[in-house]
Design a protein around this ligand. Structure first.
Ligand SMILES: NC(=O)c1ccc[n+]([C@@H]2O[C@H](COP(=O)([O-])OP(=O)(O)OC[C@H]3O[C@@H](n4cnc5c(N)ncnc54)[C@H](OP(=O)(O)O)[C@@H]3O)[C@@H](O)[C@H]2O)c1
Length: 286
């Protein structure tokens, strides 16, 4: 049985759907029971609710499992303590296989959530567990927050300059790769960068969505102060807002650039292009 943590979130749901489609026996660790019905709807019924800093929750979640796919909540200040609690419980329960959902380029200290994932990786090396680390770049799905603006106003708004280059990946490709790694032998000790596209400017991203929507879509930079104000008014907490601000500033400086070769090798097909993703989204939302 495979335990998926952070299971009620965007990534957890995608990974669980892919595992269920492959016939894997799964358990979900969620924070609250509010996402139970949504998980049941696609065939996940073994669900444990609990906090990632609670050893009793880890104990209930790990009982009877033989592998864990660990997804820390997004922009969490507790990435390292949560992972430490998981490792202690996994060792105590004799669960040896751990696949960790990290991020592309965790070496970038300017982005605290990337840097925390590097510290986790360092800790995992001395855990004695059988580990694999997946390092996805920014998901294509993140652009969907701008979907209505693209459809209604022909605008794709980003809180960094429009010539900022990012490599993107379809979360469904990430979930497919995670499923292969969890269900096939031969991935122990590996760290895989999961990248779907060459670096693309935000102008190219907007034009790609425009072609799928059959209308002009123009990229527009939103000043970081304006984004910050909007995020605060929308109720985003200080830590995620400050961390995202640092991430956007790092993007503006250096972009986030990777190479799709490794993902293509894992999936045995080219990763999904942004054009194919945009066409899929346009068909779903039509
Ligand atoms: N988005 C990207 O482009 C991207 C790219 C690469 C890597 N990543 C990484 O992917 C990971 C997951 O991101 P995501 O966007 O899928 O996350 P998410 O949607 O924020 O989901 C996180 C889940 O964890 C739960 N959770 C929060 N605090 C918890 C706690 N103390 N104990 C137990 N569960 C808790 C949340 O439950 P509640 O909703 O009930 O609080 C939520 O269901 C992050 O580590 C992120 O860095 C993301």
């Amino acid at each position: 049985m495979i335990l998926v943590t952070g299971a009620g979130g965007k990534t957890g749901v995608a990974v669980l759907k892919a595992l269920v489609a492959r016939g894997a026996v799964v358990r979900a660790l969620v924070r609250s029971n509010s996402c139970r019905a949504a998980l049941n709807a696609f065939g996940v019924h073994d669900i444990v609710a609990g906090e990632m800093d609670d050893p009793r929750a880890w104990s209930r979640a790990l009982h009877g499992t033989n592998a864990v796919y660990h997804i820390c909540p997004n922009m969490s200040p507790h990435e390292l303590p949560f992972a430490r609690a998981l490792v202690a419980a996994a060792v105590a329960h004799g669960v040896r296989r751990l696949v960790y959902h990290s991020v592309l380029h965790p070496q970038i200290e300017a982005m605290p959530h990337h840097w925390a994932k590097l510290r986790v990786k360092e800790m995992l090396f001395s855990s004695g567990l059988d580990i694999t680390i997946l390092q996805p770049t920014a998901y294509m799905q993140n652009s969907l927050t701008e979907w209505e603006r693209m459809v209604d106003d022909g605008l794709y708004r980003v809180p960094y300059p429009v010539d900022t280059k990012l490599s993107l990946v379809d979360l469904d490709d990430v979930a497919e790769a995670a499923t292969l790694i969890l269900t096939e032998a031969g991935h122990s000790g590996a760290s895989y960068e999961l990248v779907g596209t060459a670096p693309m400017s935000q102008i190219e991203v907007a034009e790609t969505f425009g072609r799928a929507l059959q209308r002009d879509v123009r990229a527009e930079a939103e000043p970081i102060e304006v984004w910050n104000h909007r995020a605060r008014n929308a109720g985003m907490g200080d830590y995620p807002r400050e961390t995202l601000t640092k991430m956007f500033q790092a993007y503006a400086r250096d972009g986030l650039k990777g190479n799709p070769n490794v993902l293509g090798w894992l999936l045995k097909r080219p990763p999904t292009s942004l054009a194919a993703f945009a066409a899929r989204m346009a068909a779903i939302h039509a």
